[in-house]
Design a protein around this ligand. Structure first.
Ligand SMILES: CCCCC/C=C\C/C=C\CCC/C=C/C(=O)SCCNC(=O)CCNC(=O)[C@H](O)C(C)(C)COP(=O)(O)OP(=O)(O)OC[C@H]1O[C@@H](n2cnc3c(N)ncnc32)[C@H](O)[C@@H]1OP(=O)(O)O
Length: 289
């Protein structure tokens, strides 16, 4: 078998050392918020989000994620698993500080990086799976629904809660959600800004499986990726593309328009005010804990 080389990673203390001797990682100075490892035996890549305290998705994290996704595909990994180094948060979604009182050039780069990362993940040729080992609101749910398989640990939450913050989930956030949840459930949940508990998410099909530990979650993802072992990867990729090409083309063709709509919406004074209040509430809650 052609052994996959590990592409990029960071060494960080919050992730316990893997006992799996066949997993190799290289330190690269450019990776600040992610670890990227490839198991030489299975050929499966694991991308671990590591931006404490809550893995909020800022420009740098999104850029790193995209690079890892590209590397996984270029190196013909058998599949990709996304998980978190935190014990309680998969990712808290987009970094609200990127959108609150933003700087013009940075916020444009931020949204463009999000578009690119999502297109890379949603359109990935290799099997993708999310081991959701913590809360996954908004952008966290977006990442999970871009994957082909989701397994979640109990007693966390997942969903598109944008309306509760006074923002709107863009069409491509919604269409990926609609791939996994019936339309009526999706419309009600997204308009309400509902965060599903793990059990509720499982019940409506937003997650495929529920397990008790991160190790079990990774094993489930590996099992899912392994289920394609007798399938021709090229045929699989083209078949997957048929299901996803419409959303990908739509965003690709409308990237600039999507950016302008995003900027127009978040720069509205009422939206900035709502975001400020929401952030204040988060900070107060955090101080009380
Ligand atoms: C008409 C057509 C329109 C088309 C639409 C087009 C454009 C639309 C425009 C915009 C779309 C934007 C889409 C947005 C997507 C998003 O993802 S927004 C982010 C949503 N995320 C959330 O609501 C989650 C908020 N966080 C939490 O609920 C909790 O933090 C938690 C994830 C449950 C974890 O809880 P806990 O472990 O208790 O941690 P704390 O709450 O104590 O938080 C620790 C610190 O982290 C800060 N923080 C939390 N989340 C975020 C975040 N998303 N961004 C930035 N910072 C965050 C929190 O304030 C604490 O900070 P301090 O330690 O107090 O400094």
């Amino acid at each position: 078998m052609n052994i996959i080389r590990t592409v990029r990673s960071v060494a960080f203390s919050s992730i316990p050392n893997r006992t799996l001797s066949t997993t190799r990682s290289l330190s690269t100075p450019s990776a600040q918020y992610t670890a990227f490892e490839v198991n030489d035996k299975t050929g499966i890549a694991t991308l671990t989000l590591n931006r404490p305290p809550v893995n909020s998705l800022n420009l740098e994290l999104l850029t790193e994620m995209r690079n890892c996704l590209k590397d996984a595909e270029t190196n013909k990994c058998k599949g990709l698993i996304i998980t978190s180094s935190s014990n309680s948060v998969f990712t808290a979604g987009l970094d609200l500080l990127e959108m609150y009182q933003p700087q013009d050039e940075r916020v444009k780069s931020f949204w463009t990086a999000l578009q690119s990362m999502w297109m890379e993940l949603y359109g990935s040729k290799i099997p993708t799976a999310a081991a959701i080992n913590g809360h996954a609101p908004a952008g966290g749910c977006l990442i999970a629904t871009a994957c082909e398989y989701r397994v979640m640990l109990p007693n966390f939450t997942i969903g598109l809660n944008e309306t509760l913050i006074g923002i709107v989930a863009p069409k491509w956030f919604v269409s990926a959600f609609l791939n996994v949840v019936p339309r009526r459930v999706a419309e009600q949940a997204i308009t309400q800004g509902k965060l599903f508990t793990t059990a509720e998410a499982h019940n409506v099909g937003l997650v495929d499986d529920v397990v008790n530990t991160k190790e079990e979650a990774i094993a489930k993802c590996e099992q899912f990726i392994g289920s394609f072992k007798n399938v021709n990867p090229y045929a699989r990729a083209l078949t997957k593309q048929q299901f996803r090409i419409k959303e990908l083309q739509e965003l690709e063709q409308q990237r600039e328009k999507d950016l302008q709509i995003f900027l127009g919406l978040i720069m509205q004074p009422s939206v900035q005010k709502a975001m400020g209040i929401y952030l204040e509430g988060l900070k107060k809650k955090s101080k009380k804990q």
